[in-house]
Write a protein that binds this ligand. Structure first.
Ligand SMILES: [Zn+2]
Length: 331
């Protein structure tokens, strides 16, 4: 039997009327330093709780270099280190030729692509700059790990949704799980004699931008961030069907994506967006985060470049900015 045609039964469509009036509980709504500090002190622990659990103690990284290749400018090591006792992380560590102690380092977070870390080292240009290689060739040490469920960490018969279900069964959030791996990547960079522990940045495109926003928000060791191609709102992306990878359970009750980015303040961020990338709009997200930076008296620490292209990492302005910022000449 068919229902009367005038009755709407589609569950997703029935939620439409909730959309216009939905307001996350801890979206920033202030203008002063005091308001910013109070808001930050409330949101940061709640966000950590929402994305957890996180391990109480870090296991030994036990890094092992399994392959090495060199070019004129850089040496690329394939390394495997441990995030958790049962979690080996494959990554590319790129070291500029002639690098000495106290070299800046950048954790390069790949996007939502099946080949994972390969895309930021040897990408064919489809997504713009392979920033893991480009930064290294300009004198910065880079670490490009595979995110959980992608690259060499993919499951042969399942995508990220397969991993999401297994983690959910165990009580984990996929974003938090991935961000913890990124924090261990910073641990690894800080363990290297060539790296200046106080000059560590991140760069990420697309899904790597999303993870970079969360990572930088939760990890104050990240001194500067380039956030490309997914600086947007949950309302404009997840509501319309972007992957569950970018939408932790219950996050829309707590805050919006630009609020998470605002937790990075007053540390500097550079946002870039191709204006043809209409399904990941940077507006109004950028203005929402800029308001938080303004309240934190850090309006000069947030930058936006819009460029005429689609969903890709430009790097034209952001990579020089990142190198200069980490080198301290811009502080
Ligand atoms: Zn996904």
């Amino acid at each position: 039997m068919s229902p009367p045609s005038e009755i709407q039964l589609s569950s997703a469509e029935l939620l439409d009327h909730n959309f216009p009036n939905h307001s996350p509980r801890l979206s920033f709504d202030g203008d002063t330093v005091d308001a910013w500090q109070d808001w930050r002190a409330q949101l940061l622990p709640e966000l950590r709780e929402q994305l957890g659990p996180f391990p109480d103690e870090a296991v030994p990284l036990n890094p092992r270099i399994v392959a090495t290749e060199s070019s004129d400018k850089i040496t690329i090591h394939k390394v495997i280190y441990h995030s958790r006792a049962d979690t080996p992380i494959p990554a590319y560590l790129s070291i500029p030729k002639g690098a000495t102690a106290k070299t800046p380092a950048v954790l390069c977070i790949h996007g939502h692509v099946p080949d994972g870390k390969e895309s930021v080292i040897s990408g064919d240009g489809e997504f713009g700059s392979p920033y893991g290689r480009d930064l290294a060739e300009q004198g910065v040490i880079t670490l490009c790990p595979d995110n959980a469920g992608m690259g060499e960490r993919a499951h042969p018969s399942g995508g990220c949704d397969f991993l999401w279900r297994r983690l959910n069964y165990l009580g984990y959030d996929l974003t938090g799980y991935r961000v913890y791996d990124l924090m261990r990547g910073v641990d690894y960079l800080q363990s290297l004699p060539e790296v200046d522990k106080t000059r560590i940045g991140i760069a990420g495109l697309s899904g790597g931008c999303w993870l970079g926003i969360v990572h930088a928000a939760l990890d104050e060791r990240v001194q500067a961030a380039v956030l490309s191609g997914y600086f947007t709102t949950f309302a404009q992306t997840s509501w319309f069907g972007h992957c569950v990878c970018h939408h932790p359970k219950g996050i829309g009750e707590l805050c919006e994506m630009p609020d998470i980015a605002g937790l990075i303040a007053p540390r500097p961020i550079f946002v870039e967006w191709g204006t043809e990338d209409v399904s990941r709009p940077v507006h109004p997200a950028f203005g929402m985060t800029q308001r938080i930076y303004r309240a934190a008296n850090a309006n000069d620490q947030i930058t936006l470049q819009e460029f005429d292209a689609g969903h890709l990492f430009s790097g034209e302005q952001s990579l020089p900015w990142l190198i200069q910022t980490l080198s301290g000449r811009n502080r």
